[in-house]
Design a protein around this ligand. Structure first.
Ligand SMILES: [Zn+2]
Ligand SMILES: [Zn+2]
Length: 475
């Protein structure tokens, strides 16, 4: 737009310059110019200057237009709620919701409140990485982010001029503009699945809850991108690579500060779900250190490959993300196996096979809720399958199970098999937790979180002890 207008201004500018040159030429050649003409010339120059200022002013006004009040193109968002609810915005353009029946106001959309309440059902999942991922999966689906491809997200960031703007701030109207283009794309492919005003409003709600709980009305562009990329569909490794690119310098290197910024923005996602304790707490410094240590001695910067290698080991602070990806991959998996506890057949979702008991399978519900069986103990090493097993894998586990029968407790002490528990988890009901109620059934309080943090660090020790004294069934 400014380009086209500029084209029309250029000839005027050229004419004004020509006239001034001509006048200058007359003066330098001692040609006398009449008073009337000199006045005329001054008048022309003044008017040209005023025109330029007016154009700049008008252009600035047009630019700001979308940010004024409730912009007409964002008015469709009022349809995200139904009576007695009304959507309103604060002076800094942050949405809030009025319940006219109860005469209350809320930062959260009524559907967001419902969603957050429904997540407490998942608190009975024993393992924090799974619990967090299942919550996140629920959020992801409610926001229809599971339909958004990584490439569509990145394209939209770029086409809205967000490339290389990661240190800048983005306000709510600009977030709405980017999200509107994203949801139009998703809705075009899935017309019956996506309620655009609702999903968009929930996405804004979620982003603000995660990155702007104080409702200043702005978040960093980096946070905006990180949040959406973490929740979109796409390959895990591609996500990792993109996240690294976001913080890399022109030489594709990342220093500790930048990695810290990225990990901080990542960890805000489980934090918002009340699940940060199990992933090392809000302090990302140990994660940054572990990533750099893994890259090599005395490195001040890392390359993408170092970042990827570190993530491949599923570090504690980030493990919820690969688990989220496994969880969605497993959702539709059907296994030709029967759950030895609840008798579900075929097992749908994750299937767990005991590597110690012979021919012992569990469904994810039984495994996550820690249900017991006669001889199988909760401390037995388990193999997780997220897609149906091939017969080859079955055979391999069979031989492993036979071998395990002859292994001593000492062997398990030396080779703790943590593959099925990507993070250290708390064994509820252990001596640490007296007198062993079932805390997993209650919503965890802040106090519980700090205790969990302490437990997590002591887990290895606890696991060994429960193994060596052979009384795992006491919980
Ligand atoms: Zn079961
Ligand atoms: Zn077993």
């Amino acid at each position: 737009m400014s380009g086209k207008f500029g084209e029309r201004l250029t000839p005027i500018q050229r004419t004004v310059e020509d006239i001034n040159d001509q006048a200058g030429l007359f003066t330098s050649n001692n040609v006398l110019v009449s008073h009337a003409n000199l006045n005329r010339l001054e008048d022309l120059n003044t008017r040209w200057k005023q025109l330029q200022l007016a154009v700049d002013d008008r252009y600035k006004q047009l630019n700001d237009y979308g940010k004024e009040g409730a912009p007409p193109n964002h008015g469709f968002l009022s349809a995200s709620v139904e009576p007695p609810w009304e959507r309103a915005v604060t002076a800094n353009k942050v949405p809030y919701y009025i319940n006219h029946q109860c005469e209350t106001t809320h930062w959260d959309h009524p559907k967001m409140m419902e969603l957050m309440n429904s997540l407490s059902d998942l608190n009975e999942v024993r393992f924090s990485a799974y619990r967090t991922s299942m919550k996140l999966r629920t959020v992801q689906k409610q926001l229809c982010m599971d339909l958004l491809s990584l490439s569509a997200a990145v394209e939209s960031f770029d086409s809205h001029g967000l490339r290389a703007q990661n240190d800048k701030l983005i306000d709510v109207p600009d977030m709405v503009t980017v999200l509107a283009s994203l949801y139009e794309t998703i809705a075009a492919d899935n017309p019956s699945l996506v309620n655009v005003p609702l999903c968009l409003d929930l996405a804004i709600n979620w982003l603000l809850n995660v990155y702007d709980s104080q409702r200043t009305g702005q978040i960093r562009v980096l946070s905006f991108k990180v949040g959406l990329v973490l929740l979109c569909k796409g390959h895990l490794e591609e996500k990792y690579r993109y996240l690294f690119r976001l913080i890399a310098d022109p030489n594709r290197l990342v220093d500790q500060r930048k990695l810290g910024l990225l990990l901080h923005d990542c960890i805000q996602v489980p934090r918002q779900l009340g699940e940060v304790a199990a992933f090392g707490g809000s302090n990302i410094e140990p994660s940054v250190r572990s990533c750099f240590e893994k890259a090599g001695k005395d490195k001040t910067t890392i390359e993408a490959i170092h970042f990827l290698n570190w993530l491949q080991q599923e570090p504690q602070s980030m493990v919820w993300l690969p688990v989220l990806h496994r969880l969605s991959a497993a959702e539709t998996a059907k296994h030709q196996a029967k759950c030895n506890i609840c008798k579900e057949y075929p097992i749908v979702g994750f299937r767990y096979r005991c590597l110690k008991c012979f021919n012992f399978d569990m469904c994810q519900n039984c495994f996550f809720s820690g249900r017991k069986a006669k001889n199988h103990k909760l401390t037995h090493p388990m193999q997780e399958y997220c897609t149906a097993t091939t017969s080859g894998e079955d055979v391999r586990d069979f031989t492993r199970a036979l071998r395990n029968k002859f292994k001593s407790k000492r062997y398990f002490k030396k080779h703790p098999r943590v593959g099925y528990l990507p993070v250290q988890t708390v064994l509820e009901g252990d001596a640490l937790e007296s007198p062993a109620p079932s805390p997993q059934h209650s919503t965890l309080t802040q106090d519980m979180h700090s205790r969990l943090e302490m437990y997590a660090s002591r887990l290895a020790e606890v696991e060994l002890r429960t193994r060596s004294n052979s009384t795992p069934d006491s919980y």
